[in-house]
Design a protein around this ligand. Structure first.
Ligand SMILES: Nc1ncnc2c1ncn2[C@@H]1O[C@H](COP(=O)(O)OP(=O)(O)OP(=O)(O)O)[C@@H](O)[C@H]1O
Ligand SMILES: [Mg+2]
Length: 255
């Protein structure tokens, strides 16, 4: 199963990606979590020791040059458009508590015009992970679908757009939905996070009519407190864990 998670900044993408990774891993699945958000924090949230020591693939200059034939940052030059990547998943991952993690790092934006070696390598790698790997892949992204393309869209079983009660994340959801549809990714679902009341839940369902909702996760102050006190946020709230378990079951049913 291949799951991609997107949504506005701060809505709870990384917490959802982390809890889902853990639940799949505990159920015996082989799980590969991919941090594709330039402000990576998946490693830290998953409790990996020394997350600050992880080098994102986008910063591995020698590797990028070796595989593409050009150093990173060189837009418009000559480099391989189909670099070899199939050996990278076995080399550049970190493992903790039965979850394997790959950190992609920052890719250069610039619309469709940005053909540079590091983007090409990351795109090829993500395409490989989504199309060729037989495991649960959970992709923690930013507020877009930059890492996906037409080739990978059909491999994504679900694009989860996380929203919180508030206009901004809803507007972002519409934008992401459009970007996803433009590349042919149609398996889109919504998860409402930080929901405090029935009326907040209704705000989300009425603002996002026509969308499928996979689940709702309650707001729990215990998560904020764990975060502030540098305790593991994943264990902080049984209420949140229970709802993510339901989301996990819904994903299995949909598959
Ligand atoms: N259900 C919840 N209840 C309370 N706090 C929450 C909840 N979900 C997430 N948070 C808090 O919201 C903040 C953002 O969560 P998280 O990092 O998972 O979001 P994100 O979408 O990955 O953010 P970013 O865009 O910065 O990567 C964190 O401080 C987290 O502790
Ligand atoms: Mg995040």
């Amino acid at each position: 199963m291949k799951i991609a998670i997107s949504g506005k900044g701060g809505v709870g993408k990384t917490i959802l990606a982390s809890l889902l990774s853990r639940i799949f891993a505990e159920a015996g699945y082989s799980v590969l979590a991919i941090d594709a958000d330039p402000n990576s924090n998946l490693a830290a949230t998953l409790g990996f020791p020394h997350p600050e020591e992880i080098t994102p693939i986008s910063e591995m200059r020698a590797l990028i040059e070796e595989r593409t034939g050009a150093p990173p940052g060189q837009a418009g030059g000559f480099f391989k458009l189909n670099p070899k990547v199939d050996d990278l998943p076995e080399k550049y991952y970190y493992e903790y508590n039965g979850i394997r993690l790959m950190v992609m790092g920052r890719i250069k934006k610039g619309g469709t015009g940005c053909y540079c070696p590091e983007n090409t390598l990351l795109q090829a790698l993500i395409t490989h992970l989504l199309l060729e790997r037989d495991e649960v892949v959970i992709l923690d992204m930013e507020a877009g679908v930059e890492h996906l393309g037409r080739a990978t869209a059909r491999a994504v079983d679900k694009l989860i757009i996380v929203v919180e009660p508030g206009r901004q994340s809803v507007e972002t959801a519409y934008r992401i939905n459009k970007l996803a549809r433009d590349i042919g990714l149609l398996n889109i679902t919504i998860v409402g996070n930080k929901v405090r009341s029935q009326s907040e839940r209704e705000f989300l369902t009425s603002s996002l009519q026509g969308f499928e909702f996979l689940g709702f996760i309650p707001y729990d102050q215990a998560i904020v407190e764990a975060d502030v006190n540098n305790r593991p946020v994943l264990d902080a709230s049984q209420k949140v864990i229970n709802e993510v378990r339901k989301i996990y079951r819904a994903l299995l049913q949909a598959a």
